[in-house]
Write a protein that binds this ligand. Structure first.
Ligand code: HEC
Length: 210
């Protein structure tokens, strides 16, 4: 039993001598049993450099550099330089009116699908602001069917989805730029449907109206 105590005492002393007391000050660097790759000759971001004449470790991007990445034909948009398409804005910063992508049946159906997942819980299936969240106290969700939102530029609707607005959060992480335009197209369809007249219904279908 005595040897067990000796062994324990030896281990404690060994541990303390190698690792020291936690929180204790030391003037010498700690002994590192496994330094792994902790110490490397490298520059940290925005660090100073004595090597380069301008004193910066970060080098300026050479003129004419184009971002590389997903460069398949389907995603040649990596640069996202097209402001109208990716920000919903014209060159002068105003919001785009109309759509920078072709509006097809397929796009509107995609928009309906995304809308019902991401927007309908608050804005309601028909865009009147009466989503399920209303019954849980979220009463500030606006309808799309007032004049202000009907006259709003498509680019501004796109911008609201991208960046959010006041208490509404951004949906940029859930909807790709093209999906956002699809949702805008579907919002337009909802607005059109809520303000339709009998003349909008094809003749052969009017008989089915109640
Ligand atoms: C969690 C609830 C919620 C969800 C989900 C939601 N919204 Fe909103 N939305 C709001 C609220 C609340 C406002 C009012 C914000 C304000 O102005 O205070 C709003 C405002 C808006 C407006 C009006 C902005 C303006 O200029 O006044 C638009 C357009 C809009 N949402 C579109 C969408 C679309 C499209 C989606 C789906 C991608 C969506 N919202 C998803 C809650 C939501």
């Amino acid at each position: 039993m005595r040897y067990a105590y000796y062994t324990l005492a030896f281990l404690v002393i060994l541990t303390l001598s190698v690792m020291g007391f936690r929180g204790a000050n030391a003037t010498r660097p700690p002994i590192e049993l496994w330094p792994d790759m902790d110490h490397q000759a490298k520059y940290k971001p925005q660090a100073e450099s004595k090597f380069f004449a301008d004193g910066r470790a970060d080098r300026a991007i050479p003129a004419g550099t184009v971002p590389r990445g997903r460069t398949t034909a389907a995603d040649a948009s990596y640069l996202r330089a097209d402001e109208a398409h990716y920000a919903g804005k014209n060159a002068d910063g105003s919001f785009v009116r109309g759509f920078p992508v072709p509006v097809t049946q397929q796009l509107v159906e995609r928009g309906q699908n995304r809308y019902q997942i991401y927007c309908a819980p608050c804005h309601g299936a028909v865009g009147d602001g009466n989503g399920i969240t209303k019954s849980y106290g979220m009463v500030a969700t606006p309808t799309y069917h007032d004049a202000r939102l009907r006259d709003m530029a498509e680019g501004e609707l796109y911008n609201t989805i991208t960046n959010g607005k006041n208490t509404m959060l951004s949906y940029a992480d859930k909807l790709s730029p093209d999906d956002r335009w699809a949702v805008v197209a579907y919002v337009r369809a909802l607005q059109r449907a809520a303000n339709a007249t009998i003349d909008d219904v094809p003749l052969e279908q009017r008989g089915g109206l109640k």
